[in-house]
Design a protein around this ligand. Sequence first.
Ligand SMILES: *[C@@H]1O[C@H](CO)[C@@H](O)[C@H](O)[C@H]1NC(C)=O
Ligand SMILES: *[C@@H]1O[C@H](CO)[C@@H](O)[C@H](O)[C@H]1NC(C)=O
Ligand SMILES: *[C@@H]1O[C@H](CO)[C@@H](O)[C@H](O)[C@H]1NC(C)=O
Ligand SMILES: *[C@@H]1O[C@H](CO)[C@@H](O)[C@H](O)[C@H]1NC(C)=O
Ligand SMILES: *[C@@H]1O[C@H](CO)[C@@H](O)[C@H](O)[C@H]1NC(C)=O
Ligand SMILES: *[C@@H]1O[C@H](CO)[C@@H](O)[C@H](O)[C@H]1NC(C)=O
Ligand SMILES: *[C@@H]1O[C@H](CO)[C@@H](O)[C@H](O)[C@H]1NC(C)=O
Length: 583
Amino acid sequence: MAVRMRPLGAKETIIVFILIFQSFDYCRTCHCDLQYFCNCSSNHLQHVPKVPANALGLDLSFNQIESIDMNDLSPYSELKTLNFHKNKLKFIHKEAFKSQHKLEVLDLSFNNLKNLSSSWFHQLKSLQQLNLVGNPYTTLGPAPIFQPLLNLRTLRFGSPSLREVYKNGLDSLAYLDEMTFVGSNLRSYENGSLKAARPIGLVSLSLQSLFQNDPELVSKVLQDVSHPETLLTIKNAELRTNTSTEAFKATREEKCSWPASLRFLNLSSTKIRKMTPCLPSSLTALDLSENDLTVFNQRFPQLITLTLTGNRFMTLPHGELLPRLQTLLIQRNALRMFNRSDLKRFKTLQYLEAGDNNFVCSCEFVSFFKQDVDLFITLRDGRRNYVCNTPFILRVLGLIVVTCHKLHVIWYLQMTKAWIQAKRKPAVGRLAEELRYDAFVSYSQHDAEWVEEILVPELESAQPPFALCLHKRDFQPGRWIVDNIIDSIEKSHRTLFVLSEHFVTSEWCRYELDFSHFRIVDEHNDSAVLVLLEPIKKETIPKRFCKLRKIMNSRTYLEWPEEEEKRSEFWSNLRAVLQRDEC
Ligand SMILES: *[C@@H]1O[C@H](CO)[C@@H](O)[C@H](O)[C@H]1NC(C)=O
Ligand SMILES: *[C@@H]1O[C@H](CO)[C@@H](O)[C@H](O)[C@H]1NC(C)=O
Ligand SMILES: *[C@@H]1O[C@H](CO)[C@@H](O)[C@H](O)[C@H]1NC(C)=O
Ligand SMILES: *[C@@H]1O[C@H](CO)[C@@H](O)[C@H](O)[C@H]1NC(C)=O
Ligand SMILES: *[C@@H]1O[C@H](CO)[C@@H](O)[C@H](O)[C@H]1NC(C)=O
Ligand SMILES: *[C@@H]1O[C@H](CO)[C@@H](O)[C@H](O)[C@H]1NC(C)=O
Ligand SMILES: *[C@@H]1O[C@H](CO)[C@@H](O)[C@H](O)[C@H]1NC(C)=O
């Protein structure tokens, strides 16, 4: 529109302002940051908005844009990333991306593109990542469509609408590192179609029910993408049925369709219930996490890494099935115990993570854990401090992570770390002046009230007063700082355990493990003092807490009397026990 050169009236001024604001559309709808990245996501946009011409990134995801016309993007020749994820694109002009020579990332996923055109890509010489997933096109090929994309590294392609895949569709993609292919309703697949010029590092297949509906077709796809160098991930598949899953079939006349050359296979979250001897024995890494497996019965002579996290295993796999296994992850299963001989069957195991299982703290288990855990802990670099964050795997040659029911791996790692450090400290005799405290009081949150309101005031106001070091235990995983415990125990003359019936019967296991590396909870150690807040019948203590039973048999412990008049005797006994010998 033309603006005449004369003073503007109020109305006209407003109109001009509106026009100015409209042309600076992005001021309202897009947020452009100092790195020239303009974020116009989720703004109900129906057209490509105007943004500064020097924009490097443009996020237009979650809008209502239906078309990209010839000149919509022409001012933005600096763009490196362009995102149209979840719009309503049904038309893209064949020259729409003509000025995007520098574009590296293009996301056109989840739109309404029925036909793909290779002419879109003619100028995209720098493009490295292209996402076309979730559009209703029905065919790939036979004409090569990605030919101009000489630098493409990552391609995501396909949707439930895809019906036919022809050879040559992927021709010319010589440098693909990563490919995602969605083809859950594929009807026809020409042999060789997904075979890239060079093996692809990472292939993710989402074929869903095709595993049941057309196993032969799946088999053809698998043959094409499998290569010893390729990590193959099967996504969104349901491999749960026992008869129709060709890929897992191993009955007479029928052959397994898993290509024998596969080395890296990821079958996480595919609802597998049962293993059949069909998985290729060439595998060196297998991820079977988040499935429904209970029995591990296949031999994998080459396997080095096995992930079984999130299944229902009650025992460790038999070590002889896995003669080269180095890493086993089996957290969140239903393991109840394992022992030294189970572990010894793994000839080469270096790293085992088994947290979050249902370990029963039987006497055997606790003692195995106490005696053997140090056999399995070695530090690769003795001088470097072992820290409990990633990548600790790299630093630790062998480490057994065992936790009791509900315990947290992190907690155990902290424990281990502190314990290793404590072990490595030079053995210095405990000098009297180092014993700053008369007693370190260990108690659970359950009994905090009694400790804090009765015990502590009484002992700290005694003549002479006792110096107490308190440890508030809350049994929340990961919260407890083990280093402090070690430190406190080292600085304390005695360790006072405050126990109640509820606590003893339900939590002692944890208690015993917590202190298992200090010999305080051994039967013959008199540096520990037990106070029972209520009478506890030995018979009520679960058999598996044998250590506690033994301690209570072999050592005197003090019972907090219900009767007021017996309490002064309790206190004087306690004071006597805590008193340091004067010499
Ligand atoms: C753009 O903004 C949306 C919120 O409006 C946010 O979710 C999205 O992550 C942002 N995109 C980028 C690339 O920062
Ligand atoms: C898509 O391709 C089909 C045939 O391949 C053609 O009939 C149709 O007109 C095309 N649609 C558009 C929007 O170009
Ligand atoms: C695909 O074709 C190749 C030769 O072009 C052949 O070696 C291979 O066995 C075929 N695969 C299937 C599954 O038919
Ligand atoms: C799976 O196998 C069991 C017996 O092993 C059989 O009862 C069941 O019907 C089978 N399921 C299907 C879907 O065929
Ligand atoms: C396997 O795939 C799942 C998700 O599909 C992923 O979380 C996991 O990290 C993958 N495992 C490996 C070993 O790459
Ligand atoms: C070790 O535990 C396994 C079960 O995990 C059991 O079958 C085996 O008898 C135990 N061996 C020893 C020596 O306790
Ligand atoms: C008792 O436990 C303490 C603390 O761990 C330890 O230093 C001491 O040697 C133990 N005494 C005996 C007799 O085991």
